[in-house]
Ligand binder design. Sequence first.
Ligand SMILES: NC(=O)c1ccc[n+]([C@@H]2O[C@H](COP(=O)([O-])OP(=O)(O)OC[C@H]3O[C@@H](n4cnc5c(N)ncnc54)[C@H](OP(=O)(O)O)[C@@H]3O)[C@@H](O)[C@H]2O)c1
Length: 227
Amino acid sequence: MRIVITGANRGIGLELVRQCLKRGDSVIATAREPEQARELQSLAASSPELTVLACDVGDDSSVRAFAAKVKGPVDALINNAGVMGAMTSLAGLDAADALKTYSINALGPLRVTGALLPQLRLGKGKKVLHVTSGMGSISDNTSGGAYGYRMSKAALNMGSRSMAADLRSDGIRVAVINPGWVKTDMGGAGASIDVATSAAGILAQLDALSAETSGEFLDYGGKRWEW
Ligand SMILES: NC(=O)c1ccc[n+]([C@@H]2O[C@H](COP(=O)([O-])OP(=O)(O)OC[C@H]3O[C@@H](n4cnc5c(N)ncnc54)[C@H](OP(=O)(O)O)[C@@H]3O)[C@@H](O)[C@H]2O)c1
């Protein structure tokens, strides 16, 4: 399988790359600054199946330039790149930061998927997974706060649902997935699971993604989330 993974220089994305290479996939991993992505570059030095390309998912021209470098079919795309943004109170809302978070978390996966559509249509796998968050669930939100992040992931969920409907006739299956609360720079050391567990669960759900589950809100552990 030839798979594209965004935000792959650290955290969940980097572990997804490691596990995909281990199981024999061919991987195109993106980073905003590939020359700074030491772990990815060292993996690439020993893995002929890994290509590292620059892509800032918050920037139209960067995404277009990236997609132009991806030649041939792509079987699966994991839109993993994301930011937490400022965790401000309602009174202290930083609207500019919330807009930036929206551009990266909600529009980023749309930019990348749209730009890679020709390659995805050529691929045999025809799967797109967007990494969302349990914090993007409206029905699960009883604790409030995190406005920019929560709203960006809820918007991503809606975008994924539309995309699943729009791409159904192409045979491309699309879903959002909650990776769990993961020990990364974003999740923090106190998170409940490690990157290996999260990435393994995400890949299991990617493998299982079907016409029946396209459009759903999945979880790394296999359960279904309420919107
Ligand atoms: N960790 C958790 O508990 C948790 C829970 C729910 C959902 N998630 C989601 O899981 C995904 C991965 O999170 P993580 O925990 O691995 O976070 P992380 O360790 O902070 O890594 C985030 C990744 O996204 C990249 N990124 C940020 N902005 C980008 C942009 N504009 N263009 C391209 N790449 C960009 C980062 O690249 P740079 O190094 O260049 O910044 C980095 O590679 C995110 O979508 C996050 O919202 C995480």
